[in-house]
Design a protein around this ligand. Structure first.
Ligand code: ADP
Length: 245
């Protein structure tokens, strides 16, 4: 995939979460990782790229095609993509299986049988075969996050957008979720990931976009970013994160 933003502005009230943010990836970046300090705009950028938020100004292009600004077009783009957030966002009153089937029947118009078949296949692949009839409260954090990934993958998304998917997890559960993401990358899933997991980002990213204060300070192949970042912001960030890990 190729991602591009041109002078994107996203405001919350008077505050500019993205302030004329521009970048362009290479043509075939399969895993784009958004890095940067907290509050820098990663999460907002991820939502804008996936069509969950429409910017007030500027344009967003996925594979050279501009994302629509009007509501109906934006919804169409949103439905092509899958999101996973930090806090799982599973429905607490539904089982893991029901959490995965519901969007397929309610949003994507699949039959109950087809949705169930797809959900069972995915949950099994993500190691949840024995847990699919449990509700979120009966699952560990790592299992809940894997169920959330299954739900996001169920409709075969064009882009899978992961917003700090491991930040609420302990190291063991983090490892489980990172293994799942690594497998998806190997299968060719196109991924946009906002994370603080630098060593993981280094292993899987093709391209890094570094954001701070709502602007893009660096957009380059991952190898270049980790070996020889250009901006002083990125250099300081890498030094600080490495020092405290
Ligand atoms: P990051 O993911 O890098 O931590 P975010 O995109 O979440 O950054 O946030 C960027 C800025 O926008 C932050 O200063 C944050 O407080 C602000 N922000 C994010 N979401 C909202 C919101 N819904 N309402 C008001 N301010 C927000």
């Amino acid at each position: 995939m190729k991602l591009e933003t041109r002078s994107v502005v996203k405001r919350y009230g008077a505050f500019h979460a993205l302030d004329k943010a521009s970048f362009q990836t290479g043509d075939d970046a399969r895993v784009v990782v958004l890095l940067g300090p907290s509050g820098g705009g990663k999460s907002t950028m991820l939502r804008v790229l996936g069509g969950l938020l429409v910017p007030e100004e500027g344009s967003v292009l996925v594979d050279e095609e501009e994302l629509p600004h009007e509501a109906e077009g934006a919804l169409r783009v949103l439905r092509q993509n899958g999101f996973v957030f930090q806090g799982y966002n599973l429905f607490p009153h539904l089982t893991a299986l029901q959490n995965v089937t519901l969007p397929l029947t309610a949003v994507h118009g699949q039959t109950e049988t087809a949705a169930r078949q797809r959900a069972v296949e995915l949950l099994t692949r993500l190691g949840l075969a024995e847990h699919m009839r449990k509700r979120p409260a009966e699952l560990s954090g790592g299992q809940q996050q894997r169920a959330a990934i299954a739900r996001a993958l169920a409709s075969k998304p064009r882009l899978l957008l992961l917003d700090e998917p491991t930040s609420a997890l302990d190291p063991v559960m983090t490892g489980e979720v990172l293994d799942v993401i690594r497998e998806l990358v190997q299968e060719g899933q196109q991924i946009v990931l906002a994370t603080h997991e630098l060593s993981f980002a280094r292993q899987i990213a093709d391209w890094v976009v570094f954001l701070a204060k709502g602007s893009v300070f660096e957009s380059c192949p991952a190898v270049k970013f980790f070996d020889d970042p250009t901006s002083s912001f990125a250099k300081d960030y890498l030094t600080a994160v490495t020092k405290y890990r």
